[in-house]
Structure formats: structure tokens, C-alpha cells
Design a protein around this ligand. Sequence first.
Ligand SMILES: Cc1cc2nc3c(=O)[nH]c(=O)nc-3n(C[C@H](O)[C@H](O)[C@H](O)COP(=O)(O)OP(=O)(O)OC[C@H]3O[C@@H](n4cnc5c(N)ncnc54)[C@H](O)[C@@H]3O)c2cc1C
Length: 396
Amino acid sequence: MESTAATEVAIIGAGPAGLVLAHLLRRAGIGCVIIENRSRDHVERRVRAGVLEHPTVALLRDLGVAARLDRESMTHRGVEFAFRGERRRIDFVERTGKAISVYGQQEVVKDLIASWLADGGALFFEVDDVVVHGVEGARPTVTYRAGGVEHRLEAAFIAGCDGFHGICRPSIPAGRLTLADRVYPFAWLGILAEAPPTTDELIYANHDRGFALYSMRSPQITRLYLQVAPDEQLERWSDDRIWDELGRRLPTDAGFELRTGPIIERGITPMRSFVAAPMRHGRLFLAGDAAHIVPPTGAKGLNLAVADVSVLAVALERFLRTGDEDGLVRYSELCLRRVWRVQHFSWWMTSMLHRFDEHDTFAREVQLSELDYVTSSEAASTALAENYVGLPFATL
Ligand SMILES: Cc1cc2nc3c(=O)[nH]c(=O)nc-3n(C[C@H](O)[C@H](O)[C@H](O)COP(=O)(O)OP(=O)(O)OC[C@H]3O[C@@H](n4cnc5c(N)ncnc54)[C@H](O)[C@@H]3O)c2cc1C
């Protein structure tokens, strides 16, 4: 059996990039269909990022999908750094006039899906064998299987929003993309624990034993990370060992208490920086993790995905409405400017905060001196703050 359908934009992937793009296109009156290879339950439970930049929150509000975010998210006015037995705070609002919001990525995804489906949006989960065809021509297609049926979706454009391991980027012929890559010599072991956070803000800890991050997802749930070896095995980390190591690396002063509780989720995330350029091949446009990934230290992955599609939606709308190709031509260059700013910030935060085996006394002291400077100089802390709360999205 085979079914054929047509739309203006075929979106592959129902992560933050694909879903936000779909909402932006719908608002502009452009037809689109989203296909996703995992189940709805899986994508709505996938615990990943949790820090939303100021421009991301503004866009979600603008799209009318932020009612629950506004009720349940936590506004963070700053961030703390712990090193050399001290804690230093950078006040984002004082430095930039802006704050960040803490709200789990899976909650953002749930809100976007609920609103998309409630208004009759087309979204197909659990599709297999997704293949893109004819992207160098004027009428590309996507074929996939769903429920034992072969589907063929014709479109004017394909948006590759299928993450780092998706099929869109690899479908671009070898030699058309320039790849830039850094693999870091460590990974993050992350847990979610049923333990009310002790502090109102994140604490980034640079410790001789390695990096640790104290963060939270709600007033009841703490999100904690430990720097571990890149090939670390999760089974080697009992609950007791995780809490013990967090206790050693996080602050020990009287003002901080590490509250423990049942661990409800755990995983190891490799640390990598990656950029594929250009973010377009013919009528296939890459957005979000499909084109680039950052180490999570700067809390940027989700935000960068949203920034990409905010540009892509305008470019597609202009072309489909008026035939003006300028936005499509400039899409990759415009996005990559912000991508590289965020790449630098994420790499810099990662370099400043982690323990590197090859560091000798000189390198270690230089690293701590940088942290000291960044957290005490008004100019340097403003630079960190304006990157952290999010530089404005590019406009066409
Ligand atoms: C394990 C992990 C942990 C992370 N933790 C953090 C964190 O703690 N802090 C932080 O700031 N950032 C974190 N990130 C980064 C952040 O979550 C991503 O940058 C963000 O999800 C990017 O959104 P996206 O829509 O581009 O990609 P994704 O969220 O990856 O969405 C892509 C979607 O495409 C679907 N898909 C894949 N292949 C196909 C296919 N062939 N056909 C159809 N659909 C397909 C996927 O199932 C997925 O739903 C993490 C990422 C990962 C992978």
C-alpha cells in the first residue's frame, strides 16, 4: 500500500527545532507536516536541556505556547561559580537587564506538541525508513513507513530538524559540507533527583576532582552533573558514589546544603562541539542539532535550535509568499554567525570550568585566574552574562 500527500514544508523531527518551526510557519499561514521517528511518549519524556534564554522565552510567548512555562518555570536572575573554596555570583539582571528561565526541554516539547495537535497540526510519530529525495530540484520528496504503509510526502522545502543522529545531514553528498569538530576528553554524568533545590540559582563548580553543576528543574527536582571520563560506565556509579562525589565537588560552606533524594533519571552525555556548513543543500535546510552541537556547559543547544528556525521560518515565508529568495540564500551565513558565537561561548565555559588531565600547575593557575577575573570584573562578568542570557536572534 502507498499513500501520497503534499505540503509546503516537510519537517523531519519533532524536537524543539522542528516544533518551533512548525508553529512559526503555521502562524504565517504556511502549510507543513512533521514526521518523527520516536513515539510521542518518548519525545515528551526525553530529559535534556533546561535553561531557556531570554529570546527563546520571548519567542515562545509570542507563539502563544508559554502559558504553563510562565506559571511553572523558575526565573533565574544570576548564576554562581564555586572555586578555590569560594562562591562568586554574577547577577544577570544587574549586568544586562535580563534573566533566564529554567523549564525542562521535555516540558517545552509537551507544550508545543499539545498546542500543535489541538489546532489540527499534522504530526506523525513512530515513522521508519525516512529518506529525502530530489532536494537539488524544485519539488523534493520525503518517503517513510508508518503503520505498515509506505508514505510519500511532496513538498516545496524540507527542514532537516532531526538532531545530530538524524538522516538529513548524512543525505548531503560528501564534499558539500565542511565539518568542524572538537571532542572533549570528558563526559557529564547527569541525574535528576527528587530533592528540593537548596539554592535559587545554578552553581558551576570548578574543583580539583573535576567539574560539577548544581541545577534544578522545578521546586521539587534537582538536576546535577559530574564531570566523568569520556568512556565512563554508568553501572560503576552507585547512588551513594554519585552523592558522595557531588558532596566533595560542590560548595561546603554553611550557606549550602546538598539535599539528597531518590534518583529518578540518570545518563552520561559525551561532550562535543560540531558545526556542519553550509546549513543548506538545495531545498534541504538543516536546523538545530542536525547542523551543530555544543557542549552543554553554556546551556545553549536548545536555544540555538530555536534561533535557527526563527530565521528559517521568515526565509521560507518570504519565498513562498513573494518568490523573494534572499532569505533562503542568506539563511546559512546568518545562522552560522550566531552558531559560532555560541560555539565560542560554550567552548570557553567548558575550558574554564573542567579539569583537564594534561593541565600542569601553570595551566591550572591560569584557569583559576580567569575564573577569578570573570567573577570580579564588571566588564568580564557582563560579557559572560550577555552571552548566557542570550544574544538577540538574527533578523533577515
Ligand atoms: C543526551 C542529551 C543531553 C542533553 N543535555 C543537555 C543539557 O543538559 N543542557 C543543554 O543545554 N542541552 C542539552 N542537550 C542539547 C539539547 O537538548 C539539544 O541541543 C536540543 O534538543 C536540540 O534540538 P533539536 O530539535 O535540534 O534536536 P533534537 O531535540 O535532537 O530533536 C530531533 C528530533 O528528530 C527526531 N529524529 C531523529 N532522526 C529522525 C528520523 N530519521 N526521522 C524522523 N525523526 C527523526 C528525534 O527523535 C528528535 O525528536 C542535550 C542533548 C542530548 C542529545
